[in-house]
Design a protein around this ligand. Structure first.
Ligand code: IMP
Ligand code: MG
Length: 178
C-alpha cells in the first residue's frame, strides 16, 4: 500500500481493511453475547460513525435496532460552557439499552457533553462503542465500553473519518505522516 494525499497532507497506510473487518466482527460478537435477549438500540453519531456503525450492526447476531443522530454544540451560559444537543433524536430511548456508536474518542469532550442529555431521557443502560480511541489525548473521565483499536495521538483518516471532509471513503485507516 502506498501513501496518499488528502488536501495538502500526506497519509501513510496504518490499519488495513481486512484487519478492521476482523476486529469489528469480533466486537459485534462480544456485543451480541453481552446483549443477548435485550434488543439494544445503537445510536450512531454522524457523520464519522456511519461506516463503523453499519459494519458493527451487520455483525450482530441478536435482535437490535439502529438510528443516527447528529450532535450540535452551542454556547451555553458561562457556567455550563458549551452545550451539546442531539439533532434527529426521534427514538424514544426511555427504558432502552442504548449503545452510542462513535468514530473516535479523542479528548472525549463531544461524548461527555452529550451524556447528560442521554441520561435525562432515562434509558435502561448506556454504553459507548467507539471505533478508535486515543488514550493519550483523553481529557475527560469517560468509560468507553467497546473499542476496536487504541491508537497513538496522531491524526487519522479513512473508514468514515475525515480530514476536512475528505478521506471517509478510504476502506482502510491512514495516519498522518510526520
Ligand atoms: P473529542 O470530542 O475530542 O473526543 O473529538 C472527537 C471528534 O473529533 C471525532 O468525532 C472526530 O470528528 C474528530 N477527530 C478527532 N481525532 C480525529 C482524527 O484523528 N481524525 C479524524 N477526526 C478526528
Ligand atoms: Mg465525529
Amino acid at each position: 500500500m502506498t501513501d496518499i494525499t488528502v488536501h495538502d497532507k500526506v497519509f501513510t497506510p496504518f490499519i488495513p481493511e481486512d484487519t478492521i473487518r476482523t476486529r469489528v466482527t469480533e466486537l459485534a460478537k462480544t456485543i451480541s453475547q453481552d446483549y443477548a435477549g435485550k434488543k439494544p438500540l445503537l445510536l450512531g453519531i454522524l457523520n464519522g460513525s456511519f461506516i463503523f456503525a453499519a459494519d458493527l450492526f451487520r455483525g450482530l447476531t441478536i435482535d437490535a435496532e439502529i438510528s443516527f443522530i447528529k450532535l450540535a454544540s452551542y454556547k451555553g451560559t458561562s457556567s455550563t460552557g458549551n452545550v451539546v444537543t442531539a439533532i434527529g433524536m426521534e427514538e424514544d430511548i426511555h427504558g432502552r439499552h442504548v449503545i452510542l456508536v462513535e468514530d473516535i474518542i479523542d479528548t472525549g469532550k463531544t461524548i461527555s457533553s452529550f451524556l447528560p442529555e442521554i441520561h435525562h431521557r432515562q434509558p435502561a443502560s448506556v454504553k459507548i462503542a467507539t471505533f478508535l480511541k486515543k488514550p493519550d489525548a483523553l481529557k475527560y473521565d469517560l468509560q468507553s465500553d467497546y473499542c476496536a483499536f487504541e491508537i497513538e495521538n496522531k491524526f487519522v483518516v479513512g473508514y468514515g473519518l475525515d480530514y476536512d471532509g475528505l478521506g471517509r471513503n478510504l476502506p482502510g485507516l491512514f495516519i498522518l505522516k510526520d
